[in-house]
Design a protein around this ligand. Structure first.
Ligand code: CDP
Length: 228
């Protein structure tokens, strides 16, 4: 069986990461959450006053990019991979609304993208990887053997994110989340540097109506065809 690269792109909160994590576990591949990397850079910006009202101080950030060290380490208790920023586990903090509200402007900065893409490619050497994000099939791994492009309506996605955050005990408003999802979609699709778009050879999946089981079955079938 071939060791392939699986690239899963799509809008925010459309179930990419659930899909990607499940597939990676099932087939024994590495899973990399590229969004977590942009989220970690955003947390660095917030902590160091490098972003204000959605505007990034690119001059200062560029000088300090060498201070941003991002890693993934497996959590012994959960078995899941956690995101570390300069040696500190930031997994929970990067998922909160403050980071979500600031991440898309940070992810639009070209030198931030170049640094993250280099890191993402280094993880993908030798294949055997599932990576999810916005530009994985178009920019990071244009030769990926399996590319998926996942879509779902903004309302379905906001509801999922709302359920996820309230289950964790966060107090959030559905309307704020919907607004955030729509704003991020807009910035992600309209930025100059590798905007979110479907790669020509990606398979599109509208998962708004699929259950997780249906989605997984479909995914495994395609994966088996590609690795034959
Ligand atoms: O969790 P959610 O699906 O909402 O987003 P994410 O995958 O954690 O990504 C957070 C943000 O990072 C996105 O809204 C994009 O602005 C940016 N991103 C990107 O530009 N390129 C990627 N490959 C992954 C994420």
């Amino acid at each position: 069986m071939k060791n392939i690269v699986v690239a899963i792109d799509g809008f925010s909160s459309c179930g990419k990461s659930t899909m990607a994590k499940w597939l990676a576990k099932e087939v024994g591949y590495k899973y990399i959450d590229s969004g977590a990397m942009y989220r970690a850079v955003t947390l660095f910006c917030l902590r160091n006053n490098l972003i204000k009202d959605g505007v990034v101080d690119t001059e200062k950030l560029e000088k300090r990019m060498n201070e941003v060290k991002i890693e993934f380490r497996v959590n012994e208790n959960t078995g899941k991979s956690d995101t570390y920023l300069n040696g500190e586990c930031v997994e929970s903090e990067i998922r909160g609304m403050e980071v979500s509200s600031n991440v898309s402007p940070v992810a639009a900065v070209p030198f931030v993208r170049h640094a993250m893409v280099d890191l993402q490619r280094s993880y993908g050497e030798g294949g055997g990887i599932v990576m999810d994000g916005r530009d994985i099939g178009t920019t990071v791994f244009p030769n990926a053997e399996l590319k998926l492009y996942v879509v779902a309506s903004a309302e379905v996605r906001a509801q999922r994110r709302y359920d996820e955050l309230t289950a964790k005990g966060d107090t959030v408003s559905f309307d704020d989340i919907l607004k955030n999802v729509q704003e991020r979609d807009y910035i992600d699709m309209n930025r100059a540097e590798s905007p979110l778009r479907k790669a020509d050879d990606a398979i599109e999946l509208d998962n708004g109506l699929l259950t997780i089981e249906e989605q997984n079955k479909w995914l495994m079938q395609i994966f088996n065809e590609k690795t034959k």
